[in-house]
Design a protein around this ligand. Structure first.
Ligand code: DP6
Length: 357
């Protein structure tokens, strides 16, 4: 029986761990939460391959009574982030008491450009959670199975950022309790690849950068505004229905129905923003122009390509591998003009986190 509170080595020595962890794009969106980072509805996402955070945590016995965090992004110390991560670590101290014994130097890098406007909280927080669970496994819980390890990492990633819970796995992840899905939970995500057609693991996600500026409304604020949104209750019911439907669609490889649900989810997410109080719009005119072009292209060619959006103006274009050339030339010829500085990030579904140190 493991005892995570008692270190077999007495004092944890100076050491380091490192993980590479991906960003993910939600197909059914998480927007609205209850206290303790419990989602108002289940969500489902594809983990990406190229858009990742690489995080190395060097730790040593704490020099003072209060443990210390220095967080570096691209080799530059980030005071604000250091404080945020300190608060996060304090919030999980009761589950990981060893944290209080250590000082931490956290060095993180994102492979996607800073200007890309891609949220790094999913990849960044999942990488940190994996590192923490790795320290725990090494010094307290050596016999923990991989399954338990990743489940615990997803649990702690969620406490840092909800969508990060889903980045712990490659392929397709489901976060949130769903009737009939054994082991689905509001507290951690699970991988559902084995219940999905292989076509989805071949999916590409070409991210068209429409605007690279900082988010105008943080996800935390956006989530909290759902509390008083008149449409929230129905939205949560709809999302849970969409989860059940998409789980069936994923099994069969019915791309037409897949596209219908994915695009509807993206537009519903943004309609929740427009119907919040205060209301806000994160799409830009070029976001709409790209969407219209995708609809035209799909109608003319029958290529199973669709879009989704996260909490911002950039457009994620999703398509299965056999259509790569057709969609990429369509992007080049028809869509680049709507992007900021011609920035497109071509990514695809990846295999999930990897230990790097
Ligand atoms: C629109 O996970 O960033 O991308 O839990 O407050 O950190 P916090 O929110 P976050 O919200 C993600 C919102 C979304 C949809 C999604 O990824 O499901």
């Amino acid at each position: 029986m493991t005892d995570r509170k008692h270190n077999i080595f007495g004092v944890i020595p100076t050491d380091k761990v490192g993980w590479r962890s991906p960003s993910n794009i939600a197909l059914v969106k998480y927007w609205g939460k209850k206290s303790g980072q419990i989602p108002a509805n289940a969500s489902l996402s594809l983990s990406l391959k190229e858009s990742v955070s690489e995080t190395i945590i060097t730790f040593s016995p704490a020099k003072e009574k209060d443990f210390k965090i220095d967080f570096y992004l691209d080799n530059e110390i980030q005071e604000q982030f250091s404080k945020k991560i300190k608060t996060y670590l304090e919030s999980i101290l009761h589950s990981m008491p060893f944290i209080a014994q250590l000082d931490f130097k956290i060095e993180s890098k994102n492979t996607f450009p800073h200007s890309a406007g891609i949220a790094s909280s999913a990849s960044g927080m999942s990488a940190i959670a994996l590192c923490l669970c790795d320290i725990e496994r090494k010094y307290f819980d050596k016999d923990s199975s991989d399954e338990k390890f990743f489940q615990r990492a997803s649990y702690f990633a969620r406490l840092g950022s909800g969508s990060a819970a889903r980045s712990i796995y490659g392929g397709i992840s489901l976060w949130g309790e769903v009737e009939g899905i054994r082991s689905s939970s509001n507290k951690f995500a699970i991988n559902i690849d084995k219940d999905s057609d292989d076509i989805y693991k071949s999916f590409h996600d070409s991210i068209l950068i429409v605007d690279s500026s900082e988010k105008k409304v943080s996800s935390s604020l956006g989530h909290s505004l759902m509390t008083n949104n008149t449409y929230a209750t129905n939205r949560f019911l709809q999302a849970n229905e969409n989860i059940k439907t998409i789980l069936k669609i994923l099994k069969t490889g019915d791309l037409k129905s897949f596209i219908n649900i994915v695009e509807s989810e993206a537009l519903t997410l943004h309609s929740m923003m427009m119907t919040s109080n205060p209301y806000f719009i994160l799409m830009k005119p070029n976001t709409i122009s790209i969407i219209e072009k995708i609809w035209e292209f799909r109608k003319e060619t029958d290529v199973p390509v669709c879009f989704t959006l996260d909490a911002g103006p950039n457009v994620h274009i999703l398509y299965p591998d056999p259509f790569e050339q057709k969609v990429k030339s369509f992007i080049e010829s028809e869509l680049l003009k709507f992007t900021y500085n011609n920035v497109v990030i071509h990514d695809n579904v990846g295999n999930g986190p990897e230990k790097i140190v």
